[in-house]
Write a protein that binds this ligand. Structure first.
Ligand code: FMN
Ligand code: SF4
Ligand code: SF4
Length: 296
């Protein structure tokens, strides 16, 4: 049995959950939905198919929603994992609904507690809370991997009217949210934000500073991966702590976001510390030089 894992991630929680699955499941391939979307690869044929994504306003990230709607899927077993900060609402129910329209049953679904990454709104969790949530994520991801390996099935409640309302409100508010990004003088023009953006919603201006366009998923990647903390948004002001999953440094996000460096992304798994790691696999460093700014 082969496994195909399709993930979407802004700050690395879902990518880490996807990588945990990949490690535990034999013959598993891992695909970034943002890359598949950009490359217009919507044909999915897998024996076991697993989606991993964060909860956004009680439902799925819009890109994941659009990807599943467009995809032509053939599989014998479908599973979904949602990472979340406080309550995933109807994110799994939405996934089930979208797959059902394609006559695919969601056989297994799991909620993976993770660190809340919308710290621009909800504030930064304490160190103790972060440690606790990281451990919970690890345990839940490993359990999900074991369940999937054993072809476990479960049921997802499908009726979630409140979640749909929250999600609709969020989508309506998105164009306003995007106007609230503010780039400070700390910006060095390094370009990392452009490279981590899964939605290609950032362009480098003449001075190298980011210009934000429509299409932003509000994934929080640029804000949190910026090495100079130069992007402010609501409570995320200069000097405020940022968040990314501790095991997903910028290099992993970038390599995984760039289809040209798929091989190097695999290598990066073997050397999770990235550039500074002397055991970095061949090819990784060269690729990193090309895609990563010097100070990331
Ligand atoms: C725009 C946005 C909306 C979110 N909405 C929810 C939510 O409805 N419920 C929840 O529990 N967490 C919510 N979160 C938190 C994320 O789902 C959670 O931190 C997730 O693990 C982030 O995954 P990632 O690091 O792979 O991007 C939201 C985060 C963002 C950025
Ligand atoms: S990652 Fe930060 S420092 Fe680099 S270009 Fe973007 S905003 Fe500027
Ligand atoms: S602009 Fe920033 S928040 Fe919006 S999708 Fe791109 S990386 Fe995510």
């Amino acid at each position: 049995m082969s496994y195909s894992i399709y993930y979407f991630s802004g700050t690395g929680n879902s990518l880490h959950a996807a990588e945990t699955l990949k490690e535990k499941l034999p013959d598993a391939g891992i695909y970034n939905i943002a890359v598949e979307f950009a490359e217009r690869r919507f044909d999915i044929a897998a024996e076991a198919l697993i989606f991993v994504f964060p909860a956004y306003a009680y439902e799925m990230p819009h890109m994941v929603r659009r990807f599943i709607k467009r995809a032509q899927i053939r599989c014998t077993y479908a599973a979904a994992l949602v990472t979340f900060g406080s309550h995933p609402g109807g994110a799994l129910a939405e996934c089930k609904r979208l797959l059902k329209r394609k006559r695919i049953a969601l056989s297994y679904a799991a909620k993976i507690p993770a660190v809340e990454n919308f710290i621009a709104i909800f504030g930064s969790p304490t160190e103790t809370e972060r440690t606790k949530r990281l451990a919970m994520q690890e345990a839940a991801s490993e359990k999900a991997a074991a369940d999937i390996l054993n072809r476990k099935t479960n049921r997802v409640r499908s009726f979630r009217p409140f979640s749909k309302a929250v999600s609709c409100f969020f989508r309506a508010a998105k164009p306003l949210l995007v106007k609230m990004y503010e780039v400070t003088d700390e910006c060095t023009g390094c370009g990392l934000c452009v490279r981590v953006c899964p939605a290609h919603a950032i362009e480098s201006g003449e001075d190298g500073k980011p210009i934000f366009h429509t299409g932003c998923e509000v994934c929080q990647s640029c804000l949190n991966y910026c090495p100079s903390h130069a992007i402010n948004f609501f409570r995320l002001k200069t000097g405020a702590a940022r968040y990314r999953h501790p095991e997903i440094p910028a290099i992993r996000m970038v390599l995984r976001s760039n289809p040209r460096f798929a091989d190097a992304a695999e290598a990066a798994e073997a050397a999770p510390c990235g550039l500074a790691d002397p055991s970095a696999a061949e090819g990784q460093e060269a690729a990193a030089e090309e895609v990563l700014p010097i100070n990331a």
